[in-house]
Write a protein that binds this ligand. Structure first.
Ligand SMILES: Cc1cc2nc3c(=O)[nH]c(=O)nc-3n(C[C@H](O)[C@H](O)[C@H](O)COP(=O)(O)O)c2cc1C
Length: 131
């Protein structure tokens, strides 16, 4: 199997955006990700996005470029970027978890690299994921 790429990033909802924008983002993202072979999880706490993406390297690269240009969020910071042998997400072309507790993503934001990735993966079991 060719290697996959996985990226974990955190960003902030742009100040001119309503929190309801996340619904529109995910509806479109699911259709595109299905086409592009991207799976993952988007977590939104009302202020911050944290998204874990995985897929073919070229598709992940193209998506990152679109994300960096998307004015609906700002201050995008990649926490982890690496090669992956096997998908971590099978079920979702993009799961969504809307969380009330800001602390979770604040804690992820304070980390970097593999520590951030491991923290996020451990958090996942507590999220109520809709797909
Ligand atoms: C927080 C956030 C998460 C997003 N997640 C995805 C995603 O998983 N897949 C995707 O195709 N687009 C996602 N988008 C939307 C892209 O930024 C972009 O608008 C979309 O892919 C369409 O790009 P285009 O208008 O250049 O074709 C996301 C946007 C935001 C703000």
């Amino acid at each position: 199997m060719p290697p996959l790429r996985e990226v974990l990033y955190i960003s902030l909802l742009a100040t001119d955006q309503s929190t309801t924008v996340v619904g529109q983002i995910v509806t479109l993202a699911r259709a595109r990700n299905l086409r592009d072979g991207i799976t993952g999880l988007l977590v939104f706490d009302g202020m911050r996005f944290c998204q874990h993406l995985e897929g073919p390297p070229a598709a992940v690269q193209a998506l990152l470029a679109r994300l960096e240009a998307d004015p609906r969020h700002v201050a995008l910071r990649v926490l982890y970027d690496g090669v992956l042998a096997q998908r971590r997400y099978q079920r979702f072309e993009m799961g969504l978890a809307e969380v009330d507790v800001h602390e979770d993503l604040v804690d992820v934001d304070a980390l970097d690299g593999r520590a951030a990735l491991e923290y996020f993966i451990a958090l996942r079991s507590r999220f109520d994921i809709s797909g």
